[in-house]
Ligand binder design. Sequence first.
Ligand code: FE2
Ligand code: FE2
Length: 280
Amino acid sequence: MTGHHTPEPIPAGLVTVAGTDPHAGDAMSSLESTIAATAPATAASATALGASAEQALGLPDFSSSIYKDAYSRINAIVIEGEQEAHDNYISLGSLIPDQAEELARLARMELKHKKGFTACANNLSVIADMDFAKEFFSPLHGNFQAALAEGKVVTCLLIQAILIEAFAISAYHIYIPVADPFARKITEGVVKDEYTHLNYGQEWLKANLESSREELEQANRVNLPLVRKMLEQVAGDAAVLQMDQEDLMADFMTSYQEALTDIGFTTREIARMATAALLG
Ligand SMILES: [Fe+2]
Ligand SMILES: [Fe+2]
């Protein structure tokens, strides 16, 4: 559906590979060998059977060119998101020096996620469109860098540890049921890690809420509309992967509002903050 210019929203943290060896347990390969073993042993018939097996399960045809085209952008967004998440946690360590070690640990998890998602593309013989993904992230990237230069730790945490993590969690949630078997395993491992990261941001902001409140509301006003636009941009490609835009947005808003509740905002304050998604 969206050809070349549809962005993919699976940003940050899209994927992670937590403990997944990209070369081991390749579920796709084992599925294909299973299929091949029960079918005439030609590559062509195995492929044809693979596609129809997927369709019987209501899954996309992972080998189709339309799927691979959309995947080249969605997967790139995920890979770029994981890389940016790594860089952002390292940068946060410079703003919160007594937390630098813990933040470096979170950063390492992001690189592992990136490796996992890179393996997912290789598994489907897809080349990620990284130029597209860099462009996709550039507004949020720019806002994070500007906040970093000003030493605004609250804004940096809201962007990375709350907005990007909630975005990643929602995208991974919606992707898992329609993913190929290899990517599903990897993504399931990653989601768990992203909750750890979201929780890190929540705990810090909860502990510093009174001094952070004003900056948080301002950062929300500026950055929540960007996340909404990212979700809109990726909708066409996501639809090819059978990921529904409304499900994505609903899942994201649920995670985001739960995070704000945990940080200590009231229902009324959260409603007002969420309204920023509609404006801007
Ligand atoms: Fe991640
Ligand atoms: Fe993360």
